[in-house]
Design a protein around this ligand. Structure first.
Ligand SMILES: *Cc1c(COP(=O)(O)O)cnc(C)c1O
Length: 361
């Protein structure tokens, strides 16, 4: 068996020890006589797994009891629709700052329910920068301000927590959660689909400052109500138990590796290798993002022609470097460097980039 270095943007690579443990426990979990996916979510066994995952995530991210932590079926896009339903009154204004593709989907999901004000957008310049805070046209009466902490497709990442005063800041951290310490207290809500940095697709983590759960929001079914989910420990209906369990293994692995401080160091080192290969290529490789907001997690870049882009992807695959094709919205190449990607993977890619340039530059 050969596991290649997998640069997929999501669903993404997972650590081998996590997959091995899941494999070992697949037929029978912890003496239960059945696997974890074959027992009731309300059984004492699964409740303990679920509780432990929450405890470990709280430790990993430093989440205080002022915040509820929900584990919900579905992806980040689902949360983008639930946010206005739960935190804004019908037709109320919400402010969105758009720094890439996922900021646009957040608006699309919110528009049926609220009056979306685009407070700032980097679209006119191709999302190569984050609009400076001073240029944001925030509303005086907004229910919240929404940002995307890391734009997975455009490779643009907030490098600070923007100050929006007393209005709750809601951030989509899908592709950068747990890659560095976050000052949770600066946010009203942090949400993330798991399939980038936290585990398998199918489950999302939503971290909500408890006072926001008191907002009446809009008429909505119970199943779309964060307050109901919080009151029932995310077991209002059958949760995605396998995904929750696997995310729990991932949290334990991240804690054992040294936690978010360690992943901040690794993310800086890994991304520095790739940016050095780009910047040292004399223009053969191009990344167009403003240096101050370059993503540590997702690095899009371009070769001199579409033909070379395609050749790069196929030769890289043959060399054991997978899933480097850029998203169709921007083209080119994209290397994703989530927590489960070792430094050796980034080094192998940087070496491959230099070799490829020598052969084709
Ligand atoms: C992947 C991603 C999403 C969409 O996630 P789904 O699980 O497909 O809904 C949203 N936001 C960001 C930042 C992402 O990286």
């Amino acid at each position: 068996m050969t596991r290649a270095f997998n640069f997929s943007a999501g669903p993404a690579t997972l650590p081998e020890p996590v997959l091995r443990q899941a494999q070992e426990e697949m037929l029978e979990w912890n003496g239960a006589g059945a696997s974890i996916v074959e027992i009731s979510h309300r059984s004492a066994e699964f409740m303990a797994v679920a509780q432990q995952a929450e405890t470990d995530l709280r430790t990993l991210l430093g989440i205080s009891n002022d915040y509820a932590v929900l584990f919900l079926a579905g992806g980040a896009t689902t949360q983008q629709a639930l946010l206005p339903l739960n935190f804004a009154a019908p037709g109320q204004r919400v402010d969105h700052v758009v720094s890439g593709h996922w900021g646009k989907t957040a608006i699309k999901q919110a528009r049926p329910y609220v009056d979306v004000n685009i407070a700032a957008t980097g679209e006119a310049d191709g999302f190569h920068d984050i609009p400076p805070r001073a240029s944001w046209q925030l509303s005086s009466d907004a229910a919240y301000v929404h940002i995307t902490a890391n734009e997975t497709i455009h490779g643009v990442e907030f490098r600070d927590n923007p100050d929006v005063g007393d209005v709750p800041l809601i951030a989509d951290f899908s592709s950068s959660i747990a890659s560095e310490p976050i000052d949770i207290s600066r946010y009203g809500v942090i949400y993330a689909g798991a399939q980038k940095n936290l585990g398998p697709v199918g489950i999302s983590v939503v971290i909500i400052r408890r006072d926001l759960l008191e907002r009446s929001g809009q008429p909505r079914a119970d199943i779309f109500d964060y307050r109901s989910h919080a009151a029932r420990d995310s077991m209002l209906n059958t949760p995605p138990t396998w995904n929750w369990y696997l995310a729990g293994l991932m949290f334990k692995w991240m804690l054992a590796q040294g936690g978010v401080e360690e992943f901040a160091r690794r993310s800086a080192a890994k991304s520095a290798r790739i940016y050095a290969a780009i910047d040292g290529s004399g223009g053969f490789y191009r990344n167009e993002v403003a240096v101050a907001v370059r993503s540590r997690m997702n690095i899009p870049f371009f070769l001199p022609s579409d033909e070379l882009d395609a050749r790069f992807v196929s030769e890289a695959k043959a060399a054991g470097l997978l899933a480097l094709k850029g998203h169709k919205a921007v083209g080119g190449i994209r290397a994703s460097l989530y927590n489960a990607m070792p430094l050796a993977g980034a080094e192998a890619l940087a070496t491959f980039m230099r070799d490829f340039q020598q052969r084709h530059g």
